[in-house]
Write a new protein. Structure first.
Length: 249
C-alpha cells in the first residue's frame, strides 16, 4: 500500500475527525471511555505513519466545544486520557522528532490537563519533523467569533482600519495562524459532515469519509486515504485545462 504513494505529491497538512469511538466500544460490549482509550492507540499509529511518509502537519479533532456537554464522567475520562497519553507518548514524540501544538479555547481545560499539554508543547518545541496539532475545546464558530472580536478591538483602538481587512488578516486572527490550510480532511466513523471543524481553513480541502471506526483505523486506512487524495485533481476554482497547462509549464 505504502509503495503506491507518490512521496513528491503528499498532502502537506492532513486534518482528521476521529469519530466512532463510542460505537466501537458499544460494538465490543464496553463502556464508551474504553473506545477513547483504544482511540489513543490509533492516534499513536497514525502519528507514526504520517511522520514516516513525510506529512508535515497533522491536526486531530480530539475534543470539540460541544463535547463539554457530554456526561461529566466521559468529559473527565477524556481529560484524564489526555494527561496519560501525553505522559506515555512524549518520549516517542521526542525520538520521532514530532512537535506538538494545540488549538482551541484552551482556557477551558482543567489545570492538570492544560499543564501537561503546555509541558509537552515546550518539551517538543525544537523538533523539526511532523507538526502534530491537537484541536481541544475547539470549534470553528468559536474561533471565527473570537477572530472577529480581536479584529474589532484593533479597529476600535486604531491599530487597523476597515479597508485593511482581507482574507490574510482574518487568517492571522485564527488559532491556526501558524499552520498552512489542510489539503485533506479524513473523517472516520461513517458520518459525512464537518461538525464545526476548521470551516475557514477547509475551503479547498479534499474530503475523505470512511465507515471505519477510529479505534480500528490503522496505517493501511491512512495510506488508502492519501492514495485516494493523490488520484483527485485539485482545481482551486480553475478549469482542468488550466491546471494541466500549469503542470506542463
Ligand atoms: C469521537 O468519537 C471522539 C472523541 C470525542 C474523542 C477523540 C479522542 C480520542 C481519540 C482520544 C485520544 C486522543 C488524544 C489526543 C489523547 P465519539 O465518542 O463521538 O464516537 P461515537 O460517534 O461512536 O459516539
Amino acid at each position: 500500500m505504502k509503495e503506491q504513494i507518490d512521496l513528491t505529491r503528499l498532502p502537506q497538512h492532513v486534518a482528521i475527525i476521529m469519530d466512532g469511538n463510542g460505537r466501537w466500544a458499544q460494538q465490543h460490549g464496553m463502556e464508551r471511555y474504553m473506545g477513547h482509550q483504544e482511540g489513543a492507540v490509533s492516534v499513536r499509529k497514525i502519528v507514526e505513519a504520517a511522520g514516516e511518509i513525510g506529512v508535515k502537519y497533522l491536526t486531530l479533532y480530539a475534543f470539540s466545544t460541544e463535547n463539554w456537554n457530554r456526561p461529566q464522567t466521559e468529559v473527565d475520562a477524556l481529560m484524564a486520557l489526555l494527561i496519560t497519553t501525553i505522559q506515555r507518548e512524549t518520549p516517542d514524540l521526542m525520538s520521532n522528532n514530532v512537535r506538538l501544538h494545540a488549538i482551541g479555547d484552551l482556557s477551558r481545560l482543567p489545570k492538570a490537563s492544560k499543564d501537561e499539554l503546555d509541558w509537552c508543547i515546550a518539551t517538543t518545541a525544537k523538533n523539526t519533523g511532523l507538526n502534530l496539532v491537537l484541536a481541544l475545546s475547539y470549534s470553528s464558530r468559536w474561533e471565527i467569533t473570537d477572530a472577529v472580536k480581536q479584529i474589532a478591538a484593533k479597529i476600535q483602538n486604531r491599530e487597523l482600519n476597515i479597508h485593511q481587512i482581507d482574507e490574510q488578516i482574518v487568517s492571522q486572527h485564527l488559532t491556526t495562524r501558524q499552520l498552512p490550510d489542510p489539503d485533506l480532511l479524513i473523517r472516520t466513523g461513517g458520518e459525512q459532515r464537518i461538525s464545526n471543524y476548521l470551516l475557514w481553513q477547509l475551503a479547498y480541502a479534499e474530503l475523505y469519509f470512511t465507515p471505519v471506526y477510529w479505534p480500528d483505523f490503522r496505517e493501511k486506512h491512512f495510506f488508502e486515504a492519501i492514495i485516494d487524495y493523490q488520484n483527485r485533481e485539485r482545481r482551486f476554482g480553475k478549469t482542468g485545462e488550466q491546471i494541466k497547462n500549469t503542470i506542463n509549464n
